[in-house]
Every structure is written in structure tokens, then in C-alpha cells.
Design a protein around this ligand. Sequence first.
Ligand SMILES: [Zn+2]
Ligand SMILES: [Zn+2]
Ligand SMILES: [Zn+2]
Ligand SMILES: [Zn+2]
Ligand SMILES: [Zn+2]
Ligand SMILES: [Zn+2]
Length: 251
Amino acid sequence: MQPYKFPYEFETLPDNYSLIIYTKISSSYLFRCDGCNQLKSGIYIATHDGNYKLDIVCATLPSKIKHEAFEQPLVQVVASTRTYMFCDACGLRIGNNEVFFNSRAPWFTLHAHCAFRPHKLNHPWDSHALTLITPEDIIEDHPQDFNCEHCSDDIDANYWFYHCSLCDLSCHMKCINKLYRYSNINFNASGTQIEQQKLHEHGLTLVLSKRKRCCASCSRQVFYAPVFHCTTCNFIICPSCVLDVDASLFE
Ligand SMILES: [Zn+2]
Ligand SMILES: [Zn+2]
Ligand SMILES: [Zn+2]
Ligand SMILES: [Zn+2]
Ligand SMILES: [Zn+2]
Ligand SMILES: [Zn+2]
């Protein structure tokens, strides 16, 4: 941990927060951000009791946004246990403590991470960029229902999804969120190497596993997920077998 000057955007934060920075792998290098419920790395703000953590993206979200898919401005809200709302982009429920954007008239709700998904994104299974499709977009002459390449389920076009019209490849927003949920983790950075003789004889580096592999310790399958990797013998071990990080974040 090292001293750090607060960026300008943090000046409005409640004073019971501190900024925590890990520049090297330690048991807390990976953490779950309460604002987006995703695994993040290295830098966060936390309440003094450490019970509530926000990564830099969630900590610096604007209080209001205007999204091209909706005519009204959307206001930032933090969900409580009483919040019973569903995201109009991915269709999933807004979880406790999650940051989301909402309009009450007419009703419209977006997870923060869904609101900031790009209009076009690259996908490992398609050589073209996929385009974000919202209910406003009409895809002409499409013969049948859309089907998700990841989970094989049909896509309800009332929700958002990604699509390549050249290959007719489609993917649920919720499945894209899953695929990209580790994209903000700082991989291959200096300091993401660990030496732990009891785990493995060589140094291990935190990388994103782009192939299906199994953890050498717990045998859990990892795909598009963070792993500690040995370049010498291609050994891998999952973060929850190395660090103090909840295995449920990788499900
Ligand atoms: Zn977050
Ligand atoms: Zn969502
Ligand atoms: Zn899917
Ligand atoms: Zn394509
Ligand atoms: Zn493991
Ligand atoms: Zn090795």
C-alpha cells in the first residue's frame, strides 16, 4: 500500500472512505467491487470497516447519464436489500449495494456496467466487431429468432444483445457481461508475479486464461478468467487457491 493523492472526482465522497492501492500481488490484490459485484484488482475505495468496497470505475460514475437507448436522463442510485428491480439491458435483477441508473417516468433501469458497454465490441469467436442491439433497433429480414452463441438459449429482443449481421452471431448482454467481467483486472502488470514455493517451484504471473484449463490445485475449469500461470512449465492455479478471494466470484 502506498500514499496516493485523491483524484478530483473523489472530493464529493463521504469522509468515511479511504483509498487503498495494492501495487503488488497480496492476499487482497483481487477484490469484489460492491458497486458492480465483479472481481477487480489493485485499487479501490473502502469504508473504514472495509465492508464496502468500490473500484475506481464505480467510485467515479457520474450522478446522471443520458443513454442513446433512452430519451430521458437516468439518475445514479445504489440498491438496497429492498430494491426489487431488473436491468432493461441484461434482464437480471439489480443486486444489493449495486450501482445502477434509473428513470421513474417512464420506468427504465440499467446496471452501471450495462450502461457503459460499448456500441461495438470485439468478440473472441467472431472476426468482426459485434454491434449492440437494443429494442429500438430493427434488424431487417432476419429469418428466425436470435440465439445466443454462448448459452444456446433464445434471445428475448426486448433486452439488449450483441450481434454480427455478417456471421449471424448473437450474444446476450448477460453472457457478454460474463465474458468481459474480468476485463478491468490489471494483468501482466509489474507486481503481478508471485513466488510461493509451496504452491509451485517457479514464479507465477496473473494472466487471463483464454483457453479452457483446469486449476492444478482444485481442478475447477477456468475460461476467460484470471489464473496464475508459470511460463516455464505451463502450470496454472486459480486465484481462489492462492489469494483470499471468494471462489463464487469465478462461477
Ligand atoms: Zn465496480
Ligand atoms: Zn444489466
Ligand atoms: Zn446467452
Ligand atoms: Zn462476424
Ligand atoms: Zn483452484
Ligand atoms: Zn513452473
